[in-house]
Design a protein around this ligand. Structure first.
Ligand SMILES: Cc1cc2nc3c(=O)[nH]c(=O)nc-3n(C[C@H](O)[C@H](O)[C@H](O)COP(=O)(O)OP(=O)(O)OC[C@H]3O[C@@H](n4cnc5c(N)ncnc54)[C@H](O)[C@@H]3O)c2cc1C
Length: 484
């Protein structure tokens, strides 16, 4: 289950082995961390980046890589004093990608394309978003003949001059005049003394930038109460014989997006809150849609990832908290991290260098981002999975699990997260997340243990796939005895 970009994620860089001092420590080697480190280093700072796994190996390797200011149904719900500068910031980000790609002659298949927003059954919403974008001077145009093969949505419009690229080729070829270390997970941060600890060494920094997708410090910041994670599924298909030469997205949060990469068509969507898995056939549904549109197509890649969602749909970029002026955060991209990572790098670089940035206030983590409905839903989910479920005993034993399935059951007298493989081998992990101890949920689409509260994910051996967890789950593997 690997993304189409993954073959360019190489991961052969050194681990941090000895204590060091630096001006700025950046935690996280995804697009947010790399762009921030790049810009800070270009501005003359000594920068050290620490990555838990390998560079670009997090959400970034699993993106669909539309670089767009059109971001689903968004602008109509924002206040005008947010919508206009936010739109402008995204346009600046696309231009900045183009500038850097030209400057360093980066071959990452960057192309300007029209981006379409479509609806299957809600033309009203399309009209509202169209009007909101028109007011901001985005020049949207209705697209009467919009279709993908025989799929003809009810209504669509396009915004010109958005972009597509290969994210990993871009990041890999971007000059790195900063130190970076792979397999160097930050396990603890002394926020008073600005010291970061990995399992082998420590880093003393004047400033720290947390770009771990979901922030790894719980308090201060309280991001675990102000965001949640959403998971989406993606396939690439071959043998399509159509190059749409554009980017398509649905107005629905769980609708489908489409783009080409070379001969492939990439389709993603079917989003849900991480850990709230409503179906086990996500990939099958994507494949069925693809086959309906292109009967001869062949699925070549399948992958899935999660991103952080804020209540007001704008990212959090700036001081980690009111009281931590030497620690910065970049998070909450709402599945639009390509343009937003570029904007974030400019904001953070200006803040650290004591310069004003016109978007600092708009993106500030200290703004009021509270919205009643998503906040309540998040709090209820946390109460249910952090307080209620862990207190409930496991009623059924591992015998109740069919082959190739998982669940929270009794195993050797204790409540465990158990996956039983196709041969009956048991993989038993602790059932509570290593982050804040929410009860985990088995995702049969990906065969992972997912945290419904804050989106950490673990494989069946208990290894961390996705932060904010910093520790693995304790686990044991029990082979079944062959029957006589
Ligand atoms: C299915 C899907 C499709 C998407 N498509 C688009 C799109 O078309 N356009 C768009 O703009 N956006 C898209 N996005 C969103 C975009 O991909 C993300 O917002 C972006 O990649 C996030 O980058 P990041 O650097 O914040 O996170 P990551 O890439 O996850 O980087 C964070 C890094 O931090 C590391 N880390 C975590 N904990 C620690 C620790 N304790 N110590 C050290 N390192 C640590 C992780 O290993 C990881 O490498 C999509 C998202 C999804 C889920």
């Amino acid at each position: 289950m690997e993304s189409i970009w993954k073959e360019y994620v190489v991961g052969h860089h050194a681990e941090l082995e000895k204590d060091i001092k630096t001006d700025v420590a950046v935690v996280g080697g995804g697009i947010a961390g790399i762009l921030a480190a790049y810009r800070l280093a270009e501005s003359g700072r000594k920068v050290t980046l620490l990555e838990a796994g390998v560079l670009y190996g997090g959400v970034t390797q699993n993106t669909s890589a539309h670089i767009s200011a059109l971001q689903g149904y968004l602008y109509n719900d924002l206040k005008l004093d947010q919508a206009k500068p936010y739109f402008e910031s995204q346009i600046k980000a696309i231009d900045e990608y183009e500038r850097l790609i030209k400057k360093y002659d980066i071959d990452c298949e960057f192309q300007r394309v029209d981006d379409y927003l479509y609806t299957v059954d809600n033309p009203d919403k399309i009209e509202k978003e169209y009007n909101a974008l028109s007011v901001m001077g985005a020049n949207p145009e209705y697209a009467d003949n919009f279709h993908i093969a025989q799929f003809r949505p009810a209504c669509a419009f396009k915004v010109p001059n958005m972009a597509l690229f290969h994210p990993i080729k871009f990041l890999d070829m971007l000059p790195k005049s900063f130190e970076f270390y792979e397999r160097s997970r930050v396990l603890d941060i002394d926020v008073k003394q600005n010291i970061l600890y990995t399992n082998k060494a420590k880093v003393k920094a004047d400033k720290i930038v947390i770009a771990t997708n979901f922030p790894i410090i719980n308090i201060p910041g309280w991001y675990f109460l102000r965001m949640y994670k959403s998971q989406a599924y993606t396939i690439a298909i071959d043998n399509v014989k159509t190059n749409i030469q554009a980017s398509y997205q649905s107005e629905l949060a769980n609708g489908l997006t489409f783009r080409n990469y070379g001969k492939y068509l990439i389709i993603d969507g079917l989003s849900h809150r991480t850990g709230r898995i409503n179906a086990n056939d996500k990939f099958q549904r994507l494949e069925d849609t693809a086959k309906k549109l292109f009967p001869q197509c062949k699925v070549t890649h399948k992958w899935t990832a999660n991103d952080c969602v804020t209540y007001d749909s704008l990212p959090f970029v700036g001081y980690y908290s009111k009281t931590s002026k030497n620690i910065y955060v970049i998070t909450g991209f709402n599945k639009w991290g390509m343009a937003n990572a570029m904007v974030s790098s400019m904001i953070i670089c200006d803040m650290i260098n004591g310069k004003n940035n016109e978007y600092e206030e708009l993106f500030s983590p200290q703004r009021c981002s509270f919205k009643f409905k998503p906040a309540m839903s998040n709090i209820l989910c946390t109460v249910k999975n952090l307080v209620v479920k862990p207190l409930c005993p496991a009623v059924k034993g591992e015998d109740s699990l069919p082959l190739d399935s998982g669940g929270i059951v009794r195993f050797n007298g204790k409540k465990k997260a158990v996956y039983k493989d196709a041969d009956g081998v048991i993989y038993a992990c602790q059932p509570l997340c290593a982050h804040l101890k929410c009860q985990l949920v088995f995702n049969a689409n990906t065969k992972t243990w997912d945290c419904p509260c804050h989106g950490s994910r673990f494989d069946i051996y208990g290894n961390i796939i996705v932060a904010p967890a910093k520790k693995e789950l304790c686990s044991e593997i029990v082979k079944n005895e062959p029957e006589e």
